[in-house]
Design a protein around this ligand. Structure first.
Ligand code: SF4
Ligand code: SF4
Length: 66
């Protein structure tokens, strides 16, 4: 599987809405919706992994990793 095939998965139960990943994402692919949950706009995401690295509670992962 290439990196591009990896889809990021957000564990909304772990996310504390610190917005660190939103600030870190170089493609503005992350936002917090009206319900207060972080979501990814997959058409903008390049699967760079920056959000995974920055998250203090490990709430984001690639779907091929636990
Ligand atoms: S993997 Fe990269 S491009 Fe995708 S949401 Fe995270 S920081 Fe943004
Ligand atoms: S960095 Fe982690 S805890 Fe902070 S908003 Fe993003 S997913 Fe949620």
């Amino acid at each position: 599987m290439s990196d591009f095939d990896k889809i990021i998965v957000i564990d909304v139960n772990e996310c504390v809405q610190c917005e660190g990943c939103i600030a870190e994402c170089p493609h503005d692919a992350l936002d917090i919706g009206a319900g207060g949950y972080l979501f990814c706009i997959e058409s903008l995401c390049t699967r760079c992994g920056a959000c995974i690295e920055i998250c203090p509670v490990l709430a984001i992962s690639f779907d091929d990793e636990d």
